[in-house]
Write a protein that binds this ligand. Structure first.
Ligand code: CO
Ligand code: ZN
Length: 331
């Protein structure tokens, strides 16, 4: 499982350019699914057929990661850039970027911009000595990601883009485990979540699920002087109550809690005061879809060093596997 997380987090996939990630996932799940397809926005949709009386469950984990885009190249070859999704400005200075075409650069700031740091005070140095040289390496409009390796610290793992490759890893692992499920399962690896839950919206419209479940990271409250939040690393899968995109359907939330109790899967309740997930788009599809989320507790979300606990990741896999076989007549 750690290998899957490493491969997925080290792949390149800013919003709108998720192909490297979806191709990788395809190679991991091909032999475990009944159908595999893609759509216009770049969602990868894997289907595992259930029995006749089962329902349609859509699981969603997004393949895209936050990143940046080149907006201007100056005469000396320095780049200016805009954000793709919610990048944390305080995490950028001194970090490295890798662009679609392979160029790597360092991000730094203009003199005197420590206070009130904004994106337009930052630049990227790709080692070019002139605009001409820079143009041989990157183009205006080219997308980039944070350039960071995966680290295995034992139970805890650090990587860029745990948000949401760790959610993708949960679905990949669940797919490999589930045999002959009761419900028909749509495992959707969604595009463009970080820029507004876009892939999940079109995928849900096409699938018309009876139940929608997002697998995504959530914040924790267990670091020094952290926000007040009752989610910690190592305490299990987080079952969402609400975030700013969704109030989990009470029946879905209760179902996940009772499943966790029944199967003795460690869990905690998640009340997230900012941020959203794909479930926010899924539940508003057509006449509405009962939806909820299983979240992976993650420290330092939207920084190049996002940290998860492998025990929580496994608890999330167990919960997905349990739901696949659950009688959903009551939903
Ligand atoms: Co995110
Ligand atoms: Zn996410």
């Amino acid at each position: 499982m750690k290998t899957i997380i490493q491969q997925l987090t080290e792949a390149f996939g800013p919003s709108g350019f998720e192909t490297e990630v979806t191709e990788l996932i395809k190679s991991m799940i091909e032999e475990h699914v009944d159908e595999l397809g893609a759509d216009v926005l770049g969602n990868l949709i894997a289907v595992k057929k259930g029995s006749q009386d089962g329902k349609k469950i859509m699981f969603a984990a997004h393949t895209d990661e936050i990143g940046l885009v080149v907006t201007h190249i100056d005469d000396k070859g320095f780049l200016r850039f805009g954000n793709v999704g919610g990048v944390g400005i305080s995490t950028l200075v001194g970090n490295r970027v890798r662009f679609a075409g392979g160029a790597v650069g360092a991000i730094y700031q203009e003199k005197g911009s420590w206070k009130d740091l904004t994106l337009d005070k930052l630049y990227i140095d790709i080692g070019a000595e002139s605009k001409e040289e820079a143009l041989k390496k990157v183009k205006v409009g080219e997308f980039g990601i944070f350039h960071r390796e995966f680290e295995d610290l034992g139970n805890r793992l650090i990587a860029k883009s745990m948000d949401d490759r760790v959610g993708c890893a949960v679905l990949v692992e669940a797919l490999k485990t589930i045999k002959n499920p009761k419900n028909t399962l749509y495992f959707v690896f969604t595009a463009q979540e970080e820029v507004g839950l876009r892939g999940a919206r079109t995928a849900a419209y096409g699938i018309e699920p009876d139940l929608g479940i997002a697998l995504d990271v959530t914040l924790t409250g267990d670091m020094p002087e952290a926000r007040r939040m009752d989610v910690s690393l190592g305490k299990g899968a987080a079952i969402k109550v609400k975030d700013s995109s969704l109030i989990a359907h009470p029946k879905v939330k209760d179902l996940l809690v009772s499943l966790a109790e029944e199967k003795q899967i460690p869990y905690q309740m998640e009340v997230l005061d900012a941020g959203g997930t794909d479930a926010g788009a899924i539940h508003l599809t057509k006449a509405g879809v009962p939806s909820g989320a299983i979240s992976i507790p993650t420290r330092y979300v939207h920084s190049p060093s996002e940290m998860v606990d492998i025990r929580d990741v496994k608890a999330c896999v167990d919960l997905v596997v349990a739901l696949a076989d659950k009688d959903l007549a009551a939903i």
